[in-house]
Design a protein around this ligand. Structure first.
Ligand SMILES: [Zn+2]
Length: 278
């Protein structure tokens, strides 16, 4: 099962802790970048889930409506792209609520799935599962099971869809999946990893794994995005490989069958899925 997901955000949202008050002064590139992604999906007759910021829904309602009306599933990517662990429990709940309400107002449908910015649900996840469930979220895809610059959840035990149970509630989890390369556990299926790795290697890894969770962003394919206010190395890392990534993306989409979260949920036998009890 190969799951295709897009995190619908602007190029400047990846700047960790960036100030929302400055976003209005930044060059907007989401419309053209999202069009590239939509066209690539439509050409290959594929569905994907768009994890969308509440902020994007309020700034670009026509874009989100267009994606939804074209038959793509809309999930939440939080409201303003802050890492989950930056919030108190009640602050996180309010952030998810605002995002879900903004998205549901546009789609007229219940938002069922969620991805935290920076895959920022960590081993203290119990605090957040409750807030997600209380906001009507049934499916989460926020766990990166290796250590990252933003934390990660390296103790996470499963490399496949699973259930997370805590305090009498449960959520379905579609984590990022890992492989071992040179004895090192790593992710490979989206963002900077996709931009940097040769396409042949990415394809071989996808073919090898029974479950692949991908994560792309419209700005992954934008060779002309402006420099961000970041240390030089971080800014290079943010944009490296973007020039070639568009072609790679289209080739990848024409090679494999991908499904969205909605279909992945139906394809998963939840009665036999592993369970993590917190
Ligand atoms: Zn994001």
């Amino acid at each position: 099962m190969n799951v295709l997901t897009i995190d619908l955000e602007e190029w400047f949202h990846v700047v960790y802790d960036s100030d929302e008050a400055e976003w209005g002064n930044k060059e907007s590139r989401i419309l053209r970048n999202a069009d590239f992604v939509l066209e690539s999906l439509t050409t290959n007759n594929l569905k994907a889930t768009f994890f969308t910021l509440g902020w994007i829904a309020r700034q670009y309602p026509d874009l989100v409506k267009k994606i939804h009306e074209a038959g793509f599933e809309i999930g939440s990517h939080s409201d303003t792209h802050r890492a989950a662990y930056k919030f108190s429990k009640s602050g996180f709940k309010a952030d998810v609520k605002r995002s879900v309400e903004s998205l549901e107002a546009l789609t007229g449908e219940k938002i069922r799935s969620f991805r935290a910015p920076y895959f920022s649900l960590n081993k203290f996840i119990a605090h957040y599962i409750e807030a997600l469930v209380e906001n009507g979220i049934e499916i989460d895809s926020s766990i990166c099971p290796i250590e990252t610059r933003y934390g990660g959840y390296k103790e996470f035990p499963f490399n496949e869809p699973c259930l997370i149970k805590s305090n009498g509630i449960a959520i379905k989890e579609f984590p990022l999946n890992t492989v071992n390369i040179f004895n090192k556990r790593t992710i490979y299926s989206g963002g900077g990893y996709f931009r940097l790795l040769p396409l042949l290697l990415t394809k071989a890894l996808i073919k090898q794994q029974p479950y692949n969770m991908t994560y792309f962003h419209p700005h992954d394919f934008d060779r002309a995005q402006p420099p961000a206010n970041l240390p030089m190395l971080s800014d290079i890392r943010r944009r490296v490989g973007a020039a070639a990534a568009g072609n790679k993306f289209r080739k990848l989409l024409s090679t494999f069958d991908f499904v969205d979260i909605y279909a992945s949920d139906k394809l998963t036998n939840w009665d036999n899925a592993p369970v993590l009890t917190l």
